[in-house]
Write a protein that binds this ligand. Structure first.
Ligand SMILES: Cc1ncccc1N[C@@H](C)c1cnc2ccsc2c1
Length: 115
């Protein structure tokens, strides 16, 4: 027989986003991602990275209710990490921080969603 699907409780999704963002910002490897990359001090960044994103911009969007659900929020967080991988060598300070932050995020949101 078909297993009854659990109804998705979307009411606390934005609360989950706030918890996840607070955890990301508090992480010791968050420093390259806390504020927008200043493209004037990072040659080539504006040309290579079409959709810049950082944790402070995500916080602003969350505060202004621009995320309709957890999915949209996760897309922006992954944009931070994908931009980092595109622009930085894996074997660099920022590249390694990006990989560590992505691993932390993936673990954290699956924990929260499997409560
Ligand atoms: C995430 C990222 N990707 C590519 C370039 C920069 C950055 N982060 C900025 C904050 C940044 C900007 N400048 C410096 C200088 C040393 S680490 C660092 C970090």
């Amino acid at each position: 027989a078909k297993k009854a699907k659990k109804p998705k409780d979307s009411s606390n999704e934005l609360a989950v986003c706030r918890v996840l963002l607070a955890d990301l910002e508090a992480h010791q490897d968050a420093w390259p991602f806390l504020s927008p990359v200043r493209h004037k001090s990072v040659p080539g960044y504006r040309k290579v990275i079409k959709k810049p994103m950082d944790f402070s911009t995500i916080k602003e969007k969350l505060t202004n209710n621009l995320y309709l659900n957890l999915e949209n929020f996760i897309v922006d967080v992954n944009l931070v990490f994908n931009n980092c991988q595109r622009f930085n060598e894996d074997d660099s300070e920022i590249g390694r921080a990006g990989h560590r932050m992505r691993r932390f995020f993936d673990k954290r949101w699956t924990e929260l969603l499997h409560l």
